[in-house]
Design a protein around this ligand. Structure first.
Ligand code: 2M8
Length: 414
């Protein structure tokens, strides 16, 4: 291992420590000053490489914010911070759980990373895993009860998928008239270049959807009537399918019953099959119109992570390797919509690469997995711990000193 390499490892650990706010990490200071759901699960994976106790603490703090319904919010607002919009007052969900929070969830990677943390030190992890197990089951059940359309997991807000402004939501977003949304001041564009962020048209609709949830007091049954936004999403479906397989393995380890979990796996497999469009590519479906988006996004490549094989996606993968030096772009290079800087409309995200890479390796595509790992490693080593990257030249974009990029370096890329 070179001297350089050692110092990158040290930088990554310093980022995790530096973003630690005591039991939880923020994605990056300034831009994202709270605890985000899937960011925290990635942080736990990163911490597990050098501090197992701290890794468990991250997951425990996240699940302490679970609502009685089983939902685990996408943001936990531990301490007020005027630097982020929309904060707890806009969400109006201060009393739903033990910590003020948002009213939607995020991709459930937690069970998979709980398994990874456990495997680092099973003896130390067993009691902590046991304490979290029922909470994870309750969360998965909440997805199956409130976010499943025949096993395809849908989102009710673009923020739920974690791919905020992905082209996958364009048709559904265009159908929303954000009437009455009112004046508000964004904070994100004061932290980073607005060209790298969602547009005002996007934000109007994001806030309009939050206002609707608040008006309905975030009541799942009330929200389920006449949903204005409902898109079956490969991120959610593939990640939950994978997490569910991991949860079943954890049930075995703990001597718990896995029957209900296995029944969800069967439903999710059927739902995942529905995400295959006419051309065989896995994409999103606007459930309001029934239209497949036809988009090849980074989430399309999560099929292997979910344990599903696809020759069409393998061909797309080869194309992605040829189309830019730093794949996998969040939207296919060469399409009209592709934008190398704008967030989830083109840039490459190390976290998604890590999930795709794990899936490829597990499904026997070792050369492709290794190629993706080495390219991601080079990307971070050369361009730093950015939130995301321009796939055409590696330029860092969004926030810097980013928790999940540091975590992915430590746990997978290095
Ligand atoms: C981004 O999303 C937040 C809203 O949740 C935002 O832009 O304000 C997304 O990239 C999301 O996936 C991520 O969890 C979050 C924090 O890193 O930032």
């Amino acid at each position: 291992m070179s001297q350089d390499h050692i110092s990158i490892d040290e930088q990554a650990r310093a980022i995790l420590r530096g973003n630690d706010r005591g039991g939880y990490t923020v994605p990056t200071a300034g831009l994202y000053p709270y605890q985000w759901n899937w960011d925290s699960a990635f942080a736990a994976w990163g911490f597990a490489q050098f501090d197992i106790d701290r890794a468990w603490a991250e997951l425990e703090t996240l699940f302490a914010g679970q609502w009685p319904s089983g939902m685990v919010p996408h943001i936990l607002f531990h301490k007020p911070d005027p630097g982020y919009f929309p904060g707890p007052d806009v969400w109006g969900a201060q009393d739903k759980g033990t910590t003020p929070s948002s009213g939607i969830s995020q991709p459930p990677v937690a069970a998979s990373f709980a398994r990874a943390v456990y495997e680092k030190d099973p003896a130390a992890g067993e009691p902590r895993l046991r304490a979290l197990f029922t909470r994870m089951v309750d969360w998965h059940r909440w997805f199956m009860d409130w976010r499943s359309d025949g096993g395809a997991i849908f989102i009710t807000h673009p923020w739920e998928a974690g791919r905020d402004n992905a082209p996958d939501w364009d048709e559904a977003m265009a159908a929303i008239d954000p009437v009455g949304v009112g004046e508000y001041t964004r904070r994100d564009t004061s932290h980073v270049d607005p060209a790298m962020r969602p547009t005002k048209e996007d934000y109007d609709r994001y806030i309009w959807l939050v206002q609707r949830g608040r008006r309905l007091d975030w009541d799942d049954a009330a929200l389920a009537k006449d949903r204005p936004f409902m898109v079956a999403d490969p991120t959610m479906t593939f990640i939950l399918l994978r997490a569910n397989r991991d949860l079943a393995a954890l049930a075995d380890l703990l001597g718990e019953d896995r029957g209900e979990i296995d029944s969800w796996t069967a439903r999710l497999e059927a739902g995942a099959a529905r995400l295959k469009g006419e051309d065989g590519v896995f994409d999103a479906i606007n459930l309001t119109t029934g239209h497949h988006t036809g988009n090849v996004s980074c989430a399309s490549f999560l099929c292997w992570y979910a344990g599903l094989e696809s020759d069409v996606m393998l061909d797309e993968l080869r194309q992605a390797f040829d189309a830019s030096p730093y794949p996998i772009p969040s939207h296919k290079v060469g399409t009209e919509i592709f934008n190398p800087k704008r967030y989830w409309r083109g840039p490459t995200w190390a976290i998604i690469n890590a999930l795709i890479g794990r899936g490829l390796a597990e499904m026997g595509h070792k050369p492709e997995a290794e190629k993706l790992r080495l390219l991601t490693r080079e990307l971070i080593a050369r361009h730093g711990f950015a939130e995301y990257f321009n796939p055409l030249n590696g330029d860092p974009a969004g926030g810097g000193t980013f928790t999940w990029t540091a975590a992915v370096w430590l746990a997978w890329a290095s």
